[in-house]
Write a protein that binds this ligand. Structure first.
Ligand code: MLT
Length: 299
């Protein structure tokens, strides 16, 4: 008998990684959105690394191996690190740019680190975001039934934007596989999506990192990151030997391009966390919330 589909969510990079068949790594603002954009535009191999120092070193090695320098891109505190060709705005990428630099090295504060920690578990790793949510999910399901969604988060803590995207992917999964088994953290991600009541961009813009990006002039990146299923490309990570170790490379696999009907906003379920929280707020008494359902019914 086929194993049922299961989904687990790791809400921030640095938490324990459970055993899964495949990882969907999510850093909506902005690393996995930028990675998806790179491949949407026809980009070639993209090397994610954990620090700006490693990025500069790898770019030097690749230049001497291949004769042409790769594009050096990424961010530190959301702005382009010194000496990098590009920052981490998906809107700075263009066809011209990927044509002139067929390979890229990328380092970001959370996203590339999350990709590398997922890769260290030895199972396939996909870079996922709102733009390629359906294609990434379909590809993950073609690999195995135990899905892990690793949210990069922010400074090792959960981030609203990534949790929202995990909820979006899980909502889609629940539509195609109603019998899916969800870990508690996966249910939390679904509740996060439900709380947005169909207004994904609005909810996304309220995330701490979105507010920060807006303040420093990158507000349009957030709107771009919210274009659901605008891309059908799936960035998949593989490793190749380098010296005594291995290096990680992302390449594109074509995604499933079947058109999807617009999805209605998921309705909150009767007993869910959001309603309990609303009840606690209405009552002005947090104790009701912690006491749960029985207390709410006045029993
Ligand atoms: C990260 O890796 O934390 C992000 O991609 C940061 C950003 O783009 O601002």
């Amino acid at each position: 008998m086929a194993r049922p589909v299961e989904a687990d969510v790791v809400l921030a990079c640095g938490e324990h990684l459970p055993a899964v068949d495949v990882w969907l790594v999510i850093d909506v603002l902005r690393a996995t959105t930028v990675i998806t954009r790179w491949f949407e535009l026809g980009g070639g191999d993209l090397y994610p690394v954990a620090s700006t120092r490693e990025a500069r070193e790898l770019a030097r090695r690749l230049s001497s191996e291949e004769g042409t320098p790769p594009l050096l891109m990424g961010e530190e505190n959301a702005i382009p690190p010194e000496g990098f060709d590009l920052g981490n705005s998906p809107l700075d990428l263009s066809r011209e740019c990927v044509r002139s630099h067929p390979r890229a090295v990328m380092s970001t504060s959370n996203g590339t680190v999350a990709l590398l920690s997922a890769a260290a578990t030895g199972v396939p790793v996909i870079a996922a975001c709102v733009r390629n949510a359906s294609a990434a999910l379909d590809h993950a399901l073609s690999i195995g039934p135990r899905l892990g969604l690793l949210c990069a988060g922010r400074r090792k803590r959960p981030a609203w934007d990534d949790t929202l995207c995990a909820g979006l992917i899980l909502n889609e999964l629940r539509e195609s596989h109603p019998e899916v088994l969800l870990a508690d953290s996966a249910r939390l991600a679904l509740l996060t999506l439900q709380s947005s009541q169909g207004r994904l961009s609005e909810s996304m813009r309220s995330a701490d990192h979105a507010v920060f990006l807006e303040r420093i002039g990158y507000g349009p990146d957030v709107d771009f990151a919210c274009e659901q299923d605008a891309a059908s490309v799936v960035p998949l990570l593989h490793e190749e030997p380098e010296g005594n170790g291995m290096r990680a490379i992302l390449h594109a696999v074509p995604g499933n391009t079947r058109p999807r009907p617009p999805r209605p906003a998921p309705e909150p379920e009767p007993d869910d966390f959001v309603q309990l929280l609303q009840y606690a707020q209405e009552e002005g008494n947090e104790a009701h919330f912690f006491l749960g359902k029985n207390k709410r019914k006045g029993q």
